[in-house]
Design a protein around this ligand. Structure first.
Ligand code: UDP
Length: 470
């Protein structure tokens, strides 16, 4: 979901800058996320600007394939789509375009690097669409250099050991490097392959903005390994209507009744969920903190099984401490999928406890709501590290908490109520300097995408490059 939302906003902005581009969006039905299908179908039905082509769904993977290495599994899965992408380009793009039209390029999601081969067959340039930070892109681009020197994958024996990556000002502890990079069953080699392929493209489009990640952007601009990097963000779906969940009106009405900046919002992305013992600690923290709260909770899949969190449908029995909902009913609300952008944009919201997904980070900055870091899966730990250590733009709760989605991974740490309560109090403190810095970044993020802003100009340079492709 996080990939497609920003990619579509990018397509809109590209089209706004140059109306003569004809844009076709090739969609692969995901195996795991039904809300994605609803979102894409509603967009395709309402949007006449672009052509949407749904590629036929593949056979489902075995649980073993998914559990061994999700990244490797995705690589193989996408590889099996190559011929369908090739056919779609021939039948839906080239055959329906005027004879004078030419293929300006393929914009390829950062985990779909295998499609660079398809672009090559058409002698068309590829641009990578990188859905995370410029700093993490720098880490990825550094992997082949490190591999050439050291020749092995990362090992996790010492979580406190430090690695220098040019895109981070501070040395990066092993404990915040994404776990895929330690995976010897295909995760590391897949990351390395992607990074090698990034280097052979015409450019990399990143959902960030220069004023936010200036150190990382500088390092990319001087890096001989990197193709041109275009920071064109923040790319956000601010209406969020197509994926706002069934409780949207109830939630917004409740927020309307709360005083300004009084509510702490807790939400852990499309895949985040906790087991009952951790939910109890969070509940205790919220109760003790005395702050108003809006808390998005989803039920974990059964232990040991691969699956996605599911909506509780208003039934939190067995998940929350006895009497919690009753005791907090005048100052708290628990919900399932939250209309996150509408919530963050609401005047009542003063803080955000987040899993540090990249879209959530950009959304919190856009609305100037300071975050507490509670990373869970994918590259969220290193995002949390960047927000706290590199940029001083978030309140630290955890940088290295890990809870791989779908029940994959080791035993999960229990974060104690006292620590959560302390972090909530800090983020809600009106005097906290982080709040002021986040507010400044909000203004910068909005300027970046306006005419004359850094991301606007970067997109214009990208358009010029695309128009120059023959
Ligand atoms: N989101 C939402 N409601 C929820 C959970 C997530 O609207 O209850 C949206 C959120 O606004 C963001 C996206 O889903 O746009 C999650 O993307 P992110 O990169 O933050 O995390 P991911 O889900 O990819 O881990």
């Amino acid at each position: 979901m996080g990939h497609i939302v920003s990619m579509l906003d990018f397509a809109k902005r590209l089209h706004d800058q140059h109306r003569h581009f004809s844009i076709t969006i090739l969609l692969i039905k995901p195996l795991f996320d039904p809300s994605y299908n609803l979102y894409v179908e509603s967009l395709a039905a309402s949007d006449t600007q672009f052509r949407y082509i749904h590629l036929p769904p593949p056979p489902p993977p075995s649980e073993h394939q998914v559990l061994t290495s999700l990244d490797k599994f995705f690589y193989d899965f996408l590889e099996s789509y190559k011929s369908q992408v090739r056919d779609a380009i021939v039948h839906h793009v080239l055959s329906s375009s005027p004879s004078t039209a030419r293929l300006a390029g393929l914009v390829v999601d950062c985990i779909c690097t295998t499609m660079i081969d398809v672009a090559d067959e058409f002698a068309a340039p590829t641009y990578i669409f990188f859905t995370s930070s410029a700093a993490f892109l720098g880490l990825m681009l550094h992997l082949p250099i490190r591999h050439a020197l050291i020749g092995t994958e990362f090992t996790i024996s010492d979580p406190d050991s430090l690695t220098h990556f040019p895109s981070y000002a501070n040395p990066v502890p092993t404990s915040v490097i994404p776990s895929a990079i330690f995976n010897k069953q295909g995760g590391y080699s897949t990351s390395l392959n992607h990074a090698r392929r990034f280097r052979n493209t015409k450019g990399i489009i990143v959902n960030t903005f220069e004023e936010f990640e200036s150190c990382a952007m500088k390092s990319l601009l001087v890096s001989p390994e990197s193709p041109p990097v275009y920071a064109v963000g923040p790319l956000l779906d601010l209406s969020g209507d197509a994926r706002s969940g069934s409780d949207r009106d109830k939630i917004l009405k409740w927020l309307d009744e709360q005083p300004p900046s009084s509510v702490v919002f807790l939400c852990f992305g499309s895949l985040g969920c906790f087991d009952p013992p951790q939910l109890e600690e969070i509940a205790a923290a919220l109760e003790k903190s005395g702050h108003r709260f809006l808390w998005s909770i989803r039920r974990s899949p059964p232990k040991g099984e691969f699956g996605l969190p599911t909506d509780c449908g208003g039934d939190y029995d067995g998940l929350l401490p006895e009497g919690f909902l009753k005791r907090t009913k005048n100052r708290g609300m628990v919900c399932g999928w939250a209309p996150q952008t509408a919530v963050l944009g609401h005047a009542a919201v003063g803080g955000f406890v987040s899993h540090c997904g990249w879209n959530s980070i950009l959304e919190s900055l856009w609305f100037g709501v300071p975050m507490v870091t509670w990373p869970m899966y994918a590259e969220q730990q290193i995002n949390a590290f960047e927000m706290v250590v590199e940029l001083d733009l978030a309140v630290e709760l955890r940088l290295d908490y890990k809870c791989e989605f779908g029940g994959i991974g080791d035993k999960v740490e229990l974060v104690a109520a006292e620590e959560i309560e302390r972090a909530v109090r800090r983020v809600m403190d009106g005097e906290n300097l982080v709040r002021e810095r986040v507010r400044e970044m909000r203004d910068k993020s909005r300027k970046a995408v306006m005419e004359g802003g850094s991301s606007f100009d970067s997109l214009r340079r990208l358009v010029e490059d695309m128009l120059g492709n023959h």
